[in-house]
Write a protein that binds this ligand. Structure first.
Ligand code: PAF
Length: 321
């Protein structure tokens, strides 16, 4: 009877229990070999080590638990335990994460890491619990680049009129609308087919994602726009978190740190080495972007962001050293 109660409790938590061990469901949108997969493995190993095998992680890659928005909803209602996600849909749950989605905000990786790992990043992470989520660590998706099936894009004029899939993210959509692109928000699991069938002309993602999702099969042109830095987050369900003791919470946080570091390393390596591979797979790569023209064309969007978030908050990130 006692055992049955423990088992029922564990199952209510979404855990499978074997000799006191608990297995958590971790979902993400990419392949196991991607930066998200590498991160999930590193985190799982560290968590098992720190808790002597009490807590382990079972991975559900490639959207097996749904798209990113659905997985985050799953965390809130306790049907999913852990998620590695871009910030794409997260602003719909924790509005201040949208600040990190502003185009051309971060100068480089060093700048992004300093902001996210410092007091500004922590302030945003601290807002998750009141929105029914636990944020364990900032990870990395990487700088996003535009691909399409129509033509090489060097300037905003070249991009005008394209139908581009964006994440379900208001800041990104506003930016594309401002330069005359028709933004089409869509969950990632629907994207490959949409590109294949021509429902949309293009999409934008970091190099590692473009590789991992096999987009060269359906996209001819890649422009290294680097138009926005895309952070990732390792999130957890409060229904598991609230049952942990202080030492276990520390173990999860430490394991997430290890997972985030592995994610950043792999995303960076893909960004460095992946372009050559994408060329080999038949993509025509535009490297001489007119970045100034894109920043100029985005000015009305920047004015809207200032109205929405306050210029001081944006400048605090932009000027952070
Ligand atoms: O484009 C997206 O939706 C995201 O960048 C992805 C590929 C799901 C990774 O988080």
């Amino acid at each position: 009877m006692f055992m049955r109660t423990i088992l029922a409790g564990a199952m209510a938590l979404g855990l499978t229990s074997a000799a006191g061990a608990a297995e958590l469901k971790l979902g993400y949108s990419l392949a196991p070999t991607s930066h998200y997969g590498v991160s999930a493995t590193a985190m799982g190993e560290e968590l098992a080590r720190l808790t002597n095998g009490k807590w382990t992680i079972k991975q559900f890659p490639a959207n097996a638990l749904g798209g990113e928005r659905e997985m985050v909803e799953g965390l809130q209602i306790g049907t999913v335990d852990l998620v590695v996600t871009s910030t794409g849909p997260v602003g719909n749950f924790v509005p201040d994460t949208l600040l990190t989605d502003i185009p051309f905000l971060f100068r480089d990786y060093k700048h992004a890491h300093a902001v996210l790992d410092g007091p500004i990043g922590q302030r945003i992470l601290d807002q998750f619990p009141k929105n029914g989520l636990i944020a364990l660590a900032w990870g990395e998706n990487g700088f996003r680049n535009l691909t399409n099936s129509k033509r090489p894009i060097r300037t905003p004029d070249d991009a005008r009129g394209l139908k581009v899939r964006t994440m379900e993210n208001q800041v990104h959509m506003q930016a594309f609308r401002t330069i005359g692109v028709l933004p089409t928000p869509m969950a990632f699991p629907e994207l490959f087919t949409a590109l294949q069938q021509g429902t949309v002309d293009g999409q934008e993602n970091p190099i590692g994602v473009i590789l991992s999702a096999k987009f060269p099969q359906v996209q001819k042109y890649l422009s290294l726009t680097q138009h926005v830095y895309s952070p990732a987050l390792i999130l957890m369900s409060p229904s598991v978190w609230n049952k942990l003791d202080a030492k276990e919470k520390e173990a999860f946080q430490q394991a997430a740190k290890v997972g985030a570091a592995a994610m950043r390393k792999k995303a960076f390596e893909d960004a460095q080495n992946g372009v050559e591979e994408l060329r080999k797979q038949g993509m025509e790569v535009v490297t001489d972007l007119d970045r100034k023209a894109f920043e100029e064309a985005l000015k009305p969007a920047f004015a809207e962001y200032a109205k929405r978030f306050g210029q001081a908050k944006i400048d605090e990130i932009r000027n952070y050293q």
